[in-house]
Design a protein around this ligand. Structure first.
Ligand SMILES: Nc1ncnc2c1ncn2[C@@H]1O[C@H](COP(=O)(O)OP(=O)(O)O)[C@@H](O)[C@H]1O
Ligand SMILES: [Mg+2]
Length: 273
């Protein structure tokens, strides 16, 4: 453990100038230029450039199969692009070491059936990522954990082992862990934020809290944006290429609203197929 930490710090310092990591001066926590990628011979992404700044709320939308999840894997370094470059907190993803700065919840997280831990323990582990893992929990940690669990509507499931929950509930437990860790960049791939208006609102409040109070960047893949319609700074529409990248108001000028006519967006995306 100790060895790892020292190695990590050395790797981070190398890419830093006056304590500011290279590439972060512009305020981008994540950026990618001219990415192209295909599985085997099928092209999935062509010449895709995107960026997320600190404190920015970006929604990524596109029809099914348009390459959204693939793009996230390239951005976060679990796969490499065939062309183009990615910069994550000023480093290429494979050189990025401060993993605690990133909260990523995939569309289908590996199922936790083998995990003996409870929801509360999983979410608590998010608090401990940031500091020394052996330190004891403070009152602030416990409040943050409780808050995160409530914000994904798992308040009455906190003591249950993760393996007993449905896939959707497990994804929400991982989202709660990401909220609790207060990452500088949060990336969520089609979170099941809850069907009722109340749970949508709680989820929205947690995202906005992270952005406003911690200055975090958020990249959210979702077609249900009505709860966050007034909070999203930029919408990126993807279908192999970036078809649109701009504020929701500019998208509204094309007759696509995120808010009042919430059904607009999914219908319009279907039309792109
Ligand atoms: N692991 C994989 N191997 C081969 N093809 C894949 C794989 N994952 C996704 N694809 C294909 O790549 C395309 C984009 O998929 P994906 O990135 O999951 O899109 P989205 O998240 O927008 O629905 C689809 O045609 C999908 O079938
Ligand atoms: Mg997907």
């Amino acid at each position: 453990m100790e060895m790892d930490r020292e190695t990590n710090e050395a790797a981070v310092d190398e890419g830093a100038v006056n304590g500011v990591a290279l590439g972060e001066e512009q305020g981008d926590v994540l950026s990618a230029e001219h990415l192209s990628f295909g599985y085997a011979r099928t092209p999935v992404l062509r010449d895709v450039s995107v960026a997320v700044a600190a404190g920015e709320f970006v929604a990524l939308v596109g029809p099914n199969g348009s390459g959204k999840s693939t793009l996230l894997r390239l951005l976060l370094g679990t796969m490499s692009p065939q062309r183009g470059t990615v910069t994550l907190f000023g480093s290429p993803p494979d050189r990025f070491r401060d993993r605690w700065r990133l909260g990523y919840v995939p569309q289908r997280p590996a199922l936790g059936t083998e995990v003996p831990a409870t929801v509360e323990e999983i979410v608590t582990s998010g608090r401990l990522r940031r500091g020394r893992w052996w330190r004891s929990l403070t009152a602030g940690d416990r409040t943050a954990v409780r808050h995160a669990i409530d914000s994904v509507g798992l308040g009455d499931q906190a003591a249950r082992p993760l393996g007993e929950l449905s896939g959707g509930q497990q994804q929400r437990a991982f989202i709660a862990r990401a909220f609790a860790s207060e990452p500088d960049l949060l990336v969520l791939d089609e979170p099941i934020a809850g069907v009722d208006a109340e749970s949508q609102r709680r989820f929205r409040d947690s995202l906005v809290h992270l952005i406003h109070d911690h200055g975090s960047g958020v990249l959210l893949v979702s077609h249900e944006l009505s709860a966050v319609a007034h909070d999203v700074d930029r919408v990126i529409v993807l279908k192999q290429r970036v078809l649109f990248d701009g504020p929701p108001a500019d998208l509204a000028e094309r007759g696509v609203s995120l808010g009042i006519h919430a059904e607009d967006l999914p219908l319009w995306l279907e039309g792109l197929r």
